[in-house]
Design a binder for this molecule. Structure first.
Ligand SMILES: [Zn+2]
Ligand SMILES: [Zn+2]
Length: 164
């Protein structure tokens, strides 16, 4: 093992992982279509209406779910060696990097961000950075808002249909 402090890296997604992201980016549109299909069956909306509404409302949720799926898959990748780790890995199974705390270091002149303490190429000592805040929680919140928005829109649509 070299003495050079390692720099964070991101490997490309595998074909299987890309498939997961694609599925999450499409599934909500299908779900919206199924959820709204009773309107077409009851002859209250045309098939074109159904497709348009599904793409608009389902598409909004799909953007969020696709992004979350991508973010979660990236989070399982070790930033030091890009090995895949199980969801709750504390240390990378391949290189031992601390995946729970994900320590990062930087010199006072912000030259490079590294995963190990040591010396910056400029000769300054690398200082620990504050722990990164997971964006996962914010994304999950966003997704929940998106989901409720879809439910709300469906409910409004339902009420309007009944009023007609
Ligand atoms: Zn690793
Ligand atoms: Zn430096």
């Amino acid at each position: 093992m070299s003495e050079e402090p390692r720099q964070p890296q991101r490997g490309p997604l595998t074909t299987r992982e890309r498939g997961i992201v694609a599925a999450w980016s499409i599934a909500p549109i299908g779900v919206a279509m199924v959820a709204m299909s009773p309107f077409v069956l009851a002859d209250r909306a045309s098939f074109a209406d159904l497709v348009a509404a599904s793409v608009v409302y389902g598409g909004l949720v799909a953007l969020a779910t696709g992004f979350v799926a991508y973010d979660r898959l990236q989070a399982r990748q070790c930033p030091a060696c890009t090995a895949r780790n199980p969801r709750d890995g504390v240390a990378c199974s391949a290189c031992g990097y601390d995946l729970a705390r994900r320590p990062r270091y930087r010199c006072s002149e912000n030259h490079v961000v590294t995963l190990d303490p040591g010396t910056c190429p400029c000769g300054r000592r690398l200082q620990p950075l504050p722990e990164p805040r997971g964006i996962g929680r914010e994304v999950t919140g966003m997704l929940r808002v998106g989901g409720w928005m879809l439910v709300f829109l469906l409910a409004v649509g339902l009420v309007l249909q009944w009023l007609n």
